[in-house]
Design a protein around this ligand. Structure first.
Ligand code: NAP
Length: 254
């Protein structure tokens, strides 16, 4: 028996990276998964790779920052998978630049995906959750929320995610809905590979440097985030809401 038997989870930005890792873990524990990502073909391809057990999975194309698209994705997940119990707001982008070089587009696109996206997706999902008096929302923040050179936009958005999480924990708790966040440290994905290239380092070299500076002497993997996500979205965590859990190997937060 899995912790998510009979549950439906919608995970944004889950065609790859951390989102896909969470989708795999939730599917292994019995959930039916809606993989939501910008490109529907990528989402469908990822959904087809998930362990099936008794459940089916679906891939849905959606821009989380666009209201009609976000609402349609939630409606499709409910219709095609027969309900919705868990929403993971994971979709993300980086548009790194030092402040003096940061453009309006760098700022606005990061705010749109990391803040407007969770706002729209959670607003759509809470209609289902409040009616059934049950729901789990998990938001992806980052330890960059404590400050990270070249990421004024991303850091501000990820700090915003933590305030959003605390407030929704208060508003939605009375309806049987838990809202929490995870702030990952350095996790190997295409996002961190892109950061390496921006810093003009080979990804392997960048990963090694980060591992050497981490208290547990390694970097993180999507599975590390998925394990914490599974706990926070399970009924074992029903007395936890409005919280952000740093999953970063104890990396120093300046
Ligand atoms: P990733 O590998 O770049 O994957 C992000 C996914 O989100 C991609 O599939 C991307 O689609 C999708 N996406 C982007 N914009 C979208 C939109 N508007 N609507 C729907 N989907 C969209 O990133 P990741 O490293 O797995 O990161 C996942 C989350 O964890 C993000 O919120 C990130 O900020 C956070 N995080 C990551 C790290 C880390 O070290 N990796 C650390 C802290 C926090 P496309 O491929 O089509 O662009």
């Amino acid at each position: 028996m899995g912790r998510f038997d009979g549950r439906v989870a919608l995970i944004t930005g889950a065609a790859r990276g951390i989102g896909f890792g969470i989708a795999q873990r939730f599917a292994e524990e019995g959930a039916a998964i809606a993989i939501v990502d910008l490109n529907e073909a990528d989402a469908a391809e990822a959904a087809a790779k998930l362990p099936k057990a008794a459940q089916t999975h679906v891939g849905i194309g959606c821009d989380v920052a666009d209201r009609p698209s976000a609402e349609a994705a939630v409606a499709r997940a409910v219709e095609e998978l027969g309900g919705l119990h868990i929403l993971v707001n994971n979709a993300g982008i980086t548009r790194d630049n030092l402040l003096f070089k940061m453009t309006d587009a760098d700022w606005d696109s990061v705010m749109a995906v990391h803040l407007r996206g969770p706002f729209l997706m959670t607003q759509a999902a809470q209609k289902v959750f409040t009616e059934q008096r049950y729901g789990k929302v998990l938001n992806l923040s980052s330890i960059s929320s404590y400050g990270n050179r070249g990421q004024a936009n991303y850091s501000a958005a990820k700090a915003g995610v933590q305030g959003f999480t605390r407030t929704l924990g208060m508003e939605l708790g009375p309806f049987g809905i838990n809202v929490n966040a995870i702030a990952p440290g350095f996790i190997v994905t295409e996002m961190t590979e892109a950061t390496a290239r921006r810093l003009k380092l080979e990804p392997e070299e960048f990963f090694k440097l980060n591992a050497e500076h981490n208290p547990v002497r390694r970097i993180g993997y999507p599975e590390d985030i998925a394990a914490a996500a599974a706990f926070l979205c399970s009924d074992e965590a029903s007395y936890i809401t409005g919280q952000t859990l740093n999953v970063c190997g104890g990396a120093a937060i300046h």
